[in-house]
Design a binder for this molecule. Sequence first.
Ligand code: HEC
Length: 105
Amino acid sequence: MKTTKLVMLVMTIAVALFILIPNLSWAADDGATLYKAKCAMCHGPDAAGKPAMKAPSLISDEAKKASDADLTKAVTEKAKHPPAVKSLTPDQVKAVVTYVRSLQK
Ligand code: HEC
């Protein structure tokens, strides 16, 4: 009886990992995809900013110093941001901020 329970537990963990791991890597891809779709036209593909769009660099020393909370707030609250940007879900904003951080390195 005890062994059966243990086997069930191991199986449950294995299944949970199978479901979780692809989701984690999707989240990373999502950030890049989202950035290209929703941010690159203004902030540039490398996030260096576009003077023509009056969009600041997101890889400046200033942006590097900003906290994740500051960046998150900027994405959802900047008056210059279009509805498509402001309406990103918290998960999507998180993914895009993580992607911007990876560009800052
Ligand atoms: C329509 C063009 C446009 C799009 C699309 C856009 N931005 Fe912006 N963004 C701006 C402009 C313009 C500012 C400066 C606004 C201001 O200072 O009031 C800005 C400011 C910011 C800031 C604050 C930077 C700072 O130094 O104050 C961050 C962070 C940011 N954007 C991130 C993003 C991200 C991430 C996306 C995609 C999800 C995005 N933006 C999409 C135009 C855009």
